[in-house]
Design a binder for this molecule. Structure first.
Ligand SMILES: [Zn+2]
Length: 78
């Protein structure tokens, strides 16, 4: 089990997501951004827009994904 925060994933807060894989925490972050924006939190809007826009920019999206996976891999197990 490893932990990455919203901030480590490009968001504005320090909420920690736990997961066994990078994909799992990325999915949790995606859901977190969606939920925060849905509840009216403006601070999470840029990160949410970026997350949505990644699919329109596959090259930078892949770079972000690789970096996030590498960062996750370098974290200690908890
Ligand atoms: Zn957050």
């Amino acid at each position: 089990m490893k932990r990455m925060t919203c901030a480590q994933l490009g968001g504005p807060c320090d909420l920690a997501h736990e997961g066994e894989t990078a994909d799992e925490v990325i999915k949790k972050q995606d859901e977190h951004l969606k939920a925060m924006v849905a509840s009216g939190d403006a601070a999470h809007e840029p990160a949410r827009a970026e997350m949505k826009g990644r699919w329109k920019r596959p090259v930078s999206a892949m770079r972000w994904y690789k970096n996030t996976k590498a960062q996750f891999a370098s974290l200690p197990e908890e």
